[in-house]
Design a protein around this ligand. Structure first.
Ligand SMILES: [Zn+2]
Length: 392
């Protein structure tokens, strides 16, 4: 990072120089961008050298450092912070931009999401980049629909609290019921969604989910020709199936053979420490990262079933966002009926939230105080790094 910052101070046009002549893929989203970047890089490594910011340094200094590290690599796969996407598109001129989801995150410093989607939309309009976009997220669909060429991919978006109103006109958005756990959803009028029964549409202006060419269906990715590919991932949960589906579509856009790409995906068991099971001599802990409400929804999806214990660790430092009011956007009732431990610097904020949700819990100082021997640990960013340091 320091090297990247210095280099950009000396040579502001460096990213353009370092990406010239390379095949560049840029990946952006609120959640899943590190994993998707890793999956695409793994598939491309068998075609040629790949420069990538594998550890989530996803702003320009991190990009510069990653590109310099692999100066001769034919490909560059760059995870990009949502705010920096317009600048990175302009400076790196990627062949493919991958856009997955937008939801509330780091509310003390992030722009309002609809403004962010508008900025993406403006940046994509005359960029010439081919976009691979998740059509199940209305904000992403709005941003990507300004691009000249888009491969729409239906890979799901279970978090809807940021897209109940239309990004185009502000009218109410209706969703088709695909997930029976989402309550109170009105069906859009017929003809506004695809035959697979998923979809959304604005009740006022008709802006609706674009027809997907590719879609995720359970464990399979269905191609435009009707053929399908089975995901045999070792990474858990539906969020990772979504990540793998969109990564596979990127591979198809780059002309890669897809069966070998799937085999590369299946080799990955953890990404930057996430999903890793670690031991500290007394207990075995599976580490799950959840940084924002949408991420929590996906973390609940991969927990071992109750009564398996869960520890939750929350910090509120710069990288986490200093505003913890988002704790009230997560439905912690999902944790009832099992031992729950509240940890981290903001464990008392968390305790108040858990109490309001009717969850029984115990407040502990750190993972050394956990009295269970096999436990899932969900932590936000700096809390996650602290646990990794604790277990060495
Ligand atoms: Zn509308």
């Amino acid at each position: 990072m320091i090297g990247g910052r210095l280099a950009l101070a000396l040579a502001p046009g460096l990213l353009t120089d370092l990406t010239a002549g390379r095949k560049v893929v840029v990946v952006s989203a609120t959640n899943g961008k590190t994993t998707t970047t890793r999956l695409i890089s793994a598939a491309l490594r068998h075609q040629g050298g790949v420069a990538t910011n594998a550890y989530g340094a996803n702003m320009p200094a991190g990009h510069a450092a990653a590109l310099v590290d692999e100066i001769g690599a034919e490909y560059a796969v760059l995870e990009c912070d949502e705010k920096y996407l317009p600048g990175i598109l302009e400076q790196t001129r990627p062949g493919v931009a991958v856009l997955m989801n937008l939801s509330r995150d780091q509310m003390d410093r992030a722009a309002e999401l609809r403004l962010l989607a508008d900025r993406w939309r403006e940046a994509l309009a005359h960029s010439g980049v081919h976009v691979v976009a998740n059509c199940d997220d209305p904000l992403v669909a709005w941003a990507a629909s300004s691009a000249e060429s888009v491969t729409w991919t239906a890979c799901g978006q279970y978090w809807r609290e940021d897209s109940w109103s239309c990004p185009r006109c502000g009218g109410p958005v209706d969703y088709a019921v695909r997930d029976e756990r989402v309550e109170g959803v009105r069906q859009p009028s017929p003809g506004t969604w695809s035959p697979d029964g998923a979809g959304w549409a604005c009740r006022e202006c008709g802006f609706a989910r674009p027809e997907p060419e590719w879609r995720l269906d359970g464990d399979r990715v269905v191609a435009p020709d009707g053929g399908s590919y089975e995901l045999s991932l070792r990474l858990p949960g539906r969020a990772n199936r979504s990540n793998a589906a969109i990564a596979l579509v990127v591979c198809a856009c780059l002309g890669l053979a897809l069966e070998p790409a799937l085999a590369r995906f299946a080799e990955i068991t953890s990404v930057a420490g996430r999903y890793l099971t670690v031991e500290d001599g007394r207990r075995s802990m599976r580490l799950l990262l959840a940084k924002n409400p949408a991420g929590w929804l996906e973390a609940f999806d991969v927990l071992r079933p109750a009564p398996s214990p869960v520890a939750v660790s929350i910090n509120a430092r710069g990288p986490d966002g200093t505003d913890t009011s988002w704790l009230w956007d997560v439905d912690y009732r999902a944790l009832r009926g099992r031992p729950v431990y509240a940890m981290g610097e903001r464990r008392l904020d968390l305790a108040v939230r858990l109490e309001a949700a009717g969850v029984d819990f115990e407040v502990v100082q750190n993972v050394g105080d956990l009295s269970s021997d096999r436990i899932d640990v969900i932590a936000n960013y700096t809390a996650f790094q602290e646990i990794r340091r604790y277990v060495g």
